[in-house]
Design a protein around this ligand. Sequence first.
Ligand code: ASP
Length: 311
Amino acid sequence: MNKHAIAIHGGAGTILRALMTPEKEAQYKTGLQNALIAGNEILSAGGSSLDAVEAAVMSMENFPLFNAGKGAVFTNKGTHEMDASIMEGKNLEAGAVSGISNVQNPVHLAKIIMQKSGHVFLQGSDAELFAKTMNLPFQNNEYFFTAERFKQWQDVKDSDTYQLDHTVLETGEKKFGTVGAVALDIHGNLAAATSTGGMTNKRFGRVGDSPIIGAGTYANNNSCAISCTGHGEYFMRAVVAYDISCLMEYKGYTLKQACNYVVKDKLVKMGGEGGLIGLDASGNIELCFNSDGMYRGYLKQGEDPFIGIYE
Ligand code: ASP
């Protein structure tokens, strides 16, 4: 039996201590802690890494401070279009969804797509239709309204910039609030999941890296499980999650070497800001980012949990 482990992120970016109130910081930590507990409960009962990453991500989707599910950012039209994906390392099964509205838990839909649709990736209103036929919970628009996200959108909505840096105008803060989880269960199986509202004021059906298998999410028992957050355009072009898996599988890199090379060298040279969480089949964990901070945490069987925000 393997020792189980789980790692999570709630987004990377310019998260500076000077811009954070003690109350906000405590709220973020609570959100991260709840997600770790949700995933860990499943793992410690002998459950699968797939169910654990789903539970951890759903917990963060239901928490309004993260840019996923309930706290998803506004599009240029004032709507919420969410993306998510999930992958199992034992058989390379995967499910993904993009551009959906009103589905309460996009990562749950990604899992149902993987298990029940016969496909990997569904999008838009037809994916919502599939969710309805599967009786998944839906919420009205008010559920997804948060005053903070609305203000972030108001600040940029008359410009044609789509905003990665959600609150950069007023506070100088830049952050990507996507959520993700990676887990290893006692059976030795890895899994990864990622969920996001994307970028404030995004237009034309823009989709980032989060629902793209190999870019924002990847899991393979021969290498690692990865979930990314950051400027999606760069993460797609660098095929970040799969790149790390390949460096390990084909070139013998350790998880640490692969993460450091891709996040701190390759992405930096391209101009891509962000980070990722990674977990290998031996239970090694990397929380790697090239931005000022990343909401992050992990919990290994028999150890105290770790939660971090700043560098
Ligand atoms: N990677 C996400 C995207 O580009 C954004 C984020 O990580 O917050 O849609």
